[in-house]
Design a protein around this ligand. Sequence first.
Ligand code: S6P
Ligand code: ZN
Length: 191
Amino acid sequence: MTLTQPFVTEVDFASGVFSPRRGVYQRRLSDMIGMVADPEAAARILESEGDRLIYEVHTVELPVEEGQIPHCTTRILPGTIGGECHMTKGHYHARREQGEVYFGLSGRGLLLLQTAEGETSELEMTAGSAAYVPPYWAHRTVNIGAEDFVFFSVWEARAGHDYGTIERDGFRKLVVLRDGEAVVVDNPKYA
Ligand code: S6P
Ligand code: ZN
């Protein structure tokens, strides 16, 4: 066990930026090819406009050990890929029994959840929403507004991330823009 020193981070609600800056990573269109419903549409955008930023994550760096509580912000930019709203990759926790809490900071989002047994849930999030991701639910967030959607997450260090299951099977539900409105539809390609 490491004795971690207490620390405080200032969070900008509009952008999710941490001060002082700690860890940051970005996911661009090229990182999302295996996750979007229409990879050909993604390839066309890549060709015509380049590798657009889809989301970025500001995070603290903590040892992966029992009792540590990682936390981060995620900023998802507005936009669509082949009609599908910008979203995170989505994952199960590698340790399925670990849950998580999300807190909305700005913009409008949908939190998509699903279980391996086939249950699904969609929760709307805005600034001030505290959403609970219970154990055993895969989770993905989607920007359904015209501004950045920014939220804060808190989880247990040993939860880990399983992206492979979602990359292989997809999510059961997709969020697409129809006449300017985000709607949740069944994913015709769900394995
Ligand atoms: C971590 C938590 C979030 C996501 C982040 C990016 O357990 O659920 O911090 O990591 O929103 O999404 P993803 O699906 O690319 O990890
Ligand atoms: Zn998670």
